[in-house]
Design a protein. Structure first.
Length: 176
């Protein structure tokens, strides 16, 4: 399969944007922008994301047992860019909040999930990280709308006026 064609096809699936943040055992702050975040399980509460094995910080991510998943708001494109560049100081200019489980978190993220690493799986050129959610924060007063990523570009949701729910026969099976 043509890798570019495959990548472009995957880009037709819109996602949100998160920054996953952690402190390594040696005390270094790490953070990475990701669109591969998704829900896994309600009981126990599990989420996942995947990290490219060639990321500069890959070894650091393998060493952490806890991390926070910060869902970005639509006004945080710059934060997304800041954590998507290989840089020694991704946290420059940002205050660091400390979560209940001791993980560093971003200020002003709409929702933050504090996680303990639950499992890691082989995912080809990526590694899949499954996190067990230990605490969750919703910053209602800063929450606007989430940043959206689609076809390789940042997007914004249109007005909620067109937000229809699925019909009853297809919704909410097993919590969906
Ligand atoms: C919107 C967006 C989504 C991204 N999603 C992922 C992802 O899910 N997994 C990943 O490994 N890299 C992803 N990246 C790329 C990383 O953020 C980027 O390679 C980062 O520089 C890696 O950090 P490091 O080089 O310090 O290790 C994404 C980048 C952007 C802009």
């Amino acid at each position: 399969m043509d890798p570019l064609k495959f990548r472009n096809a995957l880009g037709k699936f819109p996602t949100g944007v998160v920054v996953v943040t952690a402190r390594t055992p040696s005390g270094e702050l790490v953070g990475m922008t990701m669109s591969s975040f998704n829900s896994v399980s309600l009981e126990p509460p599990l989420i996942l994301f995947s990290i490219h094995r060639r990321a500069l910080s890959f070894a650091a991510w393998q060493s952490v047992s806890r991390y926070a998943v910060n869902i970005l708001n639509e006004d945080q494109e710059q934060v997304s860019n800041q954590f998507a560049r290989p840089s020694a100081n991704k946290w420059e200019g940002l205050a660091t909040l400390i979560g209940k489980n001791g993980t560093p978190m971003l200020p002003n993220a709409g929702v933050v999930f504090e996680c303990e690493n639950y499992a890691r799986y082989d995912g080809g050129d990526h590694e899949i990280f499954v996190g067990r959610v230990e605490a969750l924060h919703e910053h209602a007063f800063t929450y606007q709308r989430p940043l959206v990523f689609f076809e390789g570009r940042y997007r914004q949701l249109a007005s909620s006026a067109s937000a229809h729910t699925p019909p009853p026969e297809v919704e909410l099976l097993h919590g969906w």
